[in-house]
Design a protein. Structure first.
Length: 424
């Protein structure tokens, strides 16, 4: 019997075309419609998107509370009646309110396309925001908030965003207990009427789309119009905290949560694909430098991650990990060491090849199936980018050089703009 040999298979680079089967048109009221015809299963995903995220709120929780209350009763249905209809037709609604956008995603079988649109229109444009349901929701959210406030990971993350964007900006504004008590139906109705306008909605449809889809979308959405409300939006300025290093003490905590990073560029900047590549080298995958050093060699943590992400008005980069209190200082020293290596030493060609293959595979995986394609398309559309964005990323992945990475590191990873937040 031959012995089992652990021989690593050869790695073969590949090139892939990013091809999105996209059809773009406008409904009669001006709403943008994007259709992605793909897949073999009779399943549809529809996402309705509005520029109604946290960036638009003048009070904490307003954007998310408005979004969460959409399914709690409408002009035609109570929440119980609506839930019964969704169960009967096998329709799943997923509400989401993010930093810049908000909306609703529906999943259902193709044969219920028309019924799903009817319910979507009812929920999105005819909510009543009942006071009793709002009170229940805010009590639940307050309980979740109190539970999460006991976790050092959440404490550190919230303070990190407040530090890099400033407490006066919606991206950095922290929530406190009194915020849960000021939400009223009238506040939610006002926010909804200003920002959930059918004319300004974007709809992304993906899956095995029926031939009558455009007619159904026009019937349920195209004829909807709302009164334009003139408002003067206050433009918040991103102004980071002058305090670059902060520790928040948490009594009884056995771990220390570490968040290190800064505000940075977003997807619209030409350096962004290269910065994403550099981030993967540092801490963006399991074989990254931070994982090898702090997890595998030092054993300080089970996991450490580095991300570069985008909002509409800015981007951010963040290294995050949780370690035992006794190892917090050592872990931060090692993180600093790995950043300094990026600043001074060119990345070896073999490491670039490994990361290039990893990122190319991940990029292709983003387009595996109609629903993944829809998510990927949205991630570019939100920033006003066309489909060439993904080809640009692939080109960067395949052609980036050690010299370019060294230049990027010295542009975006200098110590002067770094925030170091710990909690524990």
């Amino acid at each position: 019997m031959s012995s089992f040999q652990r021989i690593q298979p050869q790695v073969h680079p590949f090139d892939a075309q990013i091809d999105i089967p996209l059809k773009s048109l406008a409904l009669s009221n001006g709403a943008r419609l994007y259709m992605i015809e793909a897949g073999t299963e009779d399943v549809i995903r529809i996402e309705c998107i509005f520029r109604a995220g946290m960036i638009k709120e003048h009070l904490p929780l307003l954007a998310s509370s408005t979004n969460m209350m959409l399914t709690e009763g409408s002009e035609r249905y109570t929440s119980e009646e609506l839930n019964a209809l969704l169960d009967y037709y096998g329709i799943f609604f997923n509400l989401q309110a993010e930093r810049d956008t908000a909306g609703l995603t529906a999943y259902f079988l193709s044969r219920y396309f028309d019924k799903a649109l009817e319910l979507l229109a009812e929920v999105l444009f005819s909510p009543v925001f009942p006071a009793k349901e709002l009170e229940k929701l805010m009590k639940k959210r307050l309980n979740w908030f109190r539970i999460n406030r006991e976790k050092v990971q959440n404490i550190a993350s919230e303070r990190f965003f407040e530090s890099i964007f400033g407490p006066g900006h919606p991206y950095g504004r922290m929530v406190s207990e009194p915020d849960f008590k000021v939400m009223t139906p009238s506040l939610l109705r006002d926010f909804h009427s200003r920002l959930y306008r059918p004319e300004e909605m974007a709809v992304i449809v993906s899956g095995k789309i029926p031939g009558s889809a455009v007619d159904s979308l026009e019937k349920h959405f195209g004829g909807l119009r709302s009164e334009k409300i003139q408002t003067i939006e206050k433009q918040s300025i991103i102004k980071g905290s002058p305090v670059r290093k902060e520790h928040i003490k948490k009594k009884g905590a056995v771990q220390t949560a570490i968040r290190i990073g800064a505000a940075t560029i977003n997807k619209r900047h030409p350096d962004y694909p290269g910065l994403k590549f550099l981030n993967v080298i540092l801490g963006g995958y399991f074989g990254s430098r931070l994982m090898k050093n702090i997890r595998e060699e030092k054993g300080y943590t089970y996991g450490i991650h580095s991300i570069v992400s985008s909002f509409d008005k800015s981007g951010f980069r963040m290294i995050s990990t949780d370690v035992g209190r006794e190892n917090a200082g050592k872990a931060i020293d090692e993180i600093t060491k790995e950043i300094n290596i990026l600043l001074t030493t060119p990345v070896p060609a073999d490491e670039i090849e490994v990361v290039s293959n990893y990122m190319a595979g991940e990029l292709v995986r983003l387009f595996d199936g109609p629903m993944s394609i829809a998510e990927s398309f949205k991630s570019a559309w939100e920033f006003g980018l066309d489909l060439s964005y993904f080809s640009t990323i692939m080109h960067t992945i395949r052609t980036i050089t050690p010299e370019e990475l060294l230049k990027l590191a010295n542009t975006y990873y200098t110590s002067g703009d770094i925030y170091e937040i710990t909690a524990g």
